[in-house]
Design a protein around this ligand. Structure first.
Ligand code: GRF
Length: 204
């Protein structure tokens, strides 16, 4: 069994895709032990409560630079993996070292494009449309000490249409995110993800 904690900051649709994946049997050996939010009122917390999952709100405005240490305190020796699902605070020590290669994130672009500090939500899609790329998509990657720079596990490609607005593109990419994140978690739970420096090999 892969015991995970999911960290959210907002609507939690990616969290919901994991909850649904467990319910449908797609994620056979996965258990969400905790959902933690860094802000009050995140709908992701309500989703977790409805699914009977233990929740915790650690307000980033209260814990500030201590937030990652507080999260580590709650999760140490209790989960195998941490999944960032629409989580907006920076993940810092001791989480980075203590959970090396055991934290994954989903980002709504094809990293290394349109990512890094300040690139989240609609800003990502605005940047892709303004740049004029023909394809965008989403990326599931390991989390390291920088922002959106960890080794890439999975990517899904989404065509950018001529009349796309950031909202329309976001909607199509979110649909792919809801496939990619559960699939990445499934592969991890089956031991099919091998990290070789920057490269991630998915075993058949
Ligand atoms: C998603 O686009 C995700 O890629 C990004 O945050 C957005 C909101 O996710 N990290 P959610 O609906 O809160 O899961």
């Amino acid at each position: 069994m892969l015991n995970i904690a999911v960290l959210v900051s907002g609507g939690g649709t990616n969290l919901q895709s994991i909850i649904d994946g467990i319910k449908s049997g797609f994620l056979k050996d996965v258990n969400i032990k905790f959902v933690i939010s860094d802000r009050e009122g995140a709908y992701g917390i309500e989703r977790a409560e409805k699914a009977g999952i233990e929740t915790l709100v650690l307000d980033r405005k209260i814990y500030k630079k201590e937030l990652s240490a507080k999260i580590f305190e709650q999760l140490q020796n209790k989960v195998d993996f941490i999944v960032l699902a629409g989580y907006l605070s920076i993940v810092a020590e001791p989480l980075i070292s203590e959970f090396k290669d055991r934290i994954i994130n989903i980002h709504p672009s094809l990293i290394p494009s349109f990512c890094g500090k300040g690139m989240y939500g609609l800003k990502v899609h605005e940047a892709a449309i303004n740049y004029g790329v023909k394809f965008s998509g989403c990326t599931v990657h390991f989390v390291d000490e920088n922002t959106d720079t960890g080794a890439i596990i999975l990517q899904k490609v989404v065509e950018v249409k001529n009349d796309d607005t950031p909202e329309k593109l976001q909607k199509r990419i979110l649909k792919e995110e809801h496939e990619a994140l559960p699939l990445a978690i499934k592969l991890l739970s089956e031991g099919k993800v091998v990290v070789e420096n920057r490269k991630v090999i998915i075993k058949e």
